[in-house]
Design a protein around this ligand. Structure first.
Ligand SMILES: C[S@@+](CC[C@H](N)C(=O)[O-])C[C@H]1O[C@@H](n2cnc3c(N)ncnc32)[C@H](O)[C@@H]1O
Length: 253
C-alpha cells in the first residue's frame, strides 16, 4: 500500500486541514512583500486540496498536483461541496518530474512535502521542474521542516482520537541519515461499529539551509527570503519549519 492511500480519507479530520488554513493566511501576508507577476499558480503536492481551493476563492487560477490518487479524490470531493465555481483543476503528477503546458506565476509546496524527498538528487530534480514551471520572475514558496523539528518532535509515540478515527504515531530520528521515520497506524470506524486498521510508513529528511540554497541556485531560483515559518522573522536555532521564498531568475542573467 502506498503512503496516503488509506490515510487520505482521515487526513482532514485528523487535524491536518488546519495547516492549510493557517498557510493561506500566512501566504496572504507573504505575498504582500514578495510580488507575483500574475494570478496563476500550482500548488505542488496539494494533498486534499484545501490550500488550492482557498487560493482559488481569493482569485487565483490554480492547478493542484499530487501523486496520490486517494488524496486527489478527496480534493475533488471537497471542490464538489463548494457552492460556487472556482478556477481549480486537480491532476496527478510526481513533483520530481512534472511539466506544464503553460508556465505559472506562483508555485507553492507546503507542509513538509519537500522533506519527503530523501535524496538530494530528487530535491534537485524537483527544484529544476519548479523553475521550468515558472514564468521569468515567478515565485516559489515552500516550507521545510528543520532538523531541530525532526530531531525533537518526530520522536516517541503519540496516540490521538478523533471522531470515527484514531491513530498511533511511532517516530524515530536517525542522526546518521538526518531522517525521521514515522509509522502511522490508523483505525477507521466502519458502519458496523468495528474499526479497520491500516499502516503507513512516512520518512522525512531535513536539509541544511546551505544545501537548499545551493540546489535552488543550481535550478535558477534566487532566494529572496527565508523566514521562521508563519512569521516574517528570520529563522533561529529552534525554528521548527522554514519558509523559503525564491524567484525564477530572468533568462538573460
Ligand atoms: C504532508 S502532505 C501535504 C499535503 C498538502 N500540501 C497540505 O498542506 O495538506 C504531503 C503530500 O505530498 C504528496 N507527495 C508525496 N510525494 C510526492 C511526489 N513525489 N510527487 C507528488 N506528490 C507527492 C502526498 O501524496 C501528500 O499529499
Amino acid at each position: 500500500m502506498q503512503q496516503y492511500d488509506a490515510y487520505a480519507a482521515a487526513y482532514d479530520r485528523s487535524g491536518q486541514l488546519r495547516f492549510s488554513i493557517l498557510m493561506d493566511v500566512y501566504l496572504r501576508d507573504l505575498l504582500r512583500s514578495h510580488a507575483v507577476p500574475g494570478w496563476t499558480m500550482v500548488d505542488l503536492a496539494c494533498g486534499t486540496g484545501t490550500l488550492a481551493l482557498l487560493m482559488a476563492e481569493r482569485g487565483w487560477t490554480v492547478l493542484g498536483l499530487d501523486n496520490s490518487p486517494a488524496m486527489l479524490a478527496q480534493a475533488e470531493q471537497k471542490r464538489a461541496t463548494l457552492n460556487k465555481p472556482v478556477a481549480v483543476q486537480f491532476g496527478q503528477a510526481d513533483m520530481r518530474d512534472f511539466a506544464l503546458a503553460t508556465p505559472v506565476d506562483l508555485v507553492t509546496c507546503c507542509f513538509d512535502t519537500l522533506n519527503y524527498l530523501t535524496a538530494e538528487a530528487e530535491l534537485a530534480c524537483c527544484l529544476a521542474a519548479v523553475a521550468r514551471a515558472l514564468v521569468p520572475q515567478g515565485l516559489f514558496c515552500f516550507d521545510l521542516a528543520t532538523d531541530y523539528f525532526l530531531r525533537h518532535y518526530w520522536q516517541g509515540v503519540e496516540f490521538e482520537e478523533f471522531d470515527g478515527y484514531s491513530q498511533v504515531m511511532h517516530s524515530h530520528y536517525d542522526a546518521a541519515t538526518g531522517c525521521s521515520t514515522l509509522v502511522l497506524t490508523g483505525f477507521t470506524a466502519t458502519a458496523s461499529g468495528s474499526y479497520q486498521r491500516f499502516r503507513e510508513v512516512h520518512v522525512e529528511r531535513a536539509y541544511p539551509d546551505v544545501v537548499v540554497r545551493q540546489l535552488l541556485a543550481q535550478a535558477g531560483l534566487v532566494v529572496e527570503a527565508v523566514y521562521d515559518c508563519f512569521t516574517l522573522q528570520p529563522p533561529n536555532e529552534r525554528s521548527l519549519r522554514l519558509m523559503y521564498v525564491a524567484r525564477r531568475r530572468p533568462p538573460d542573467e
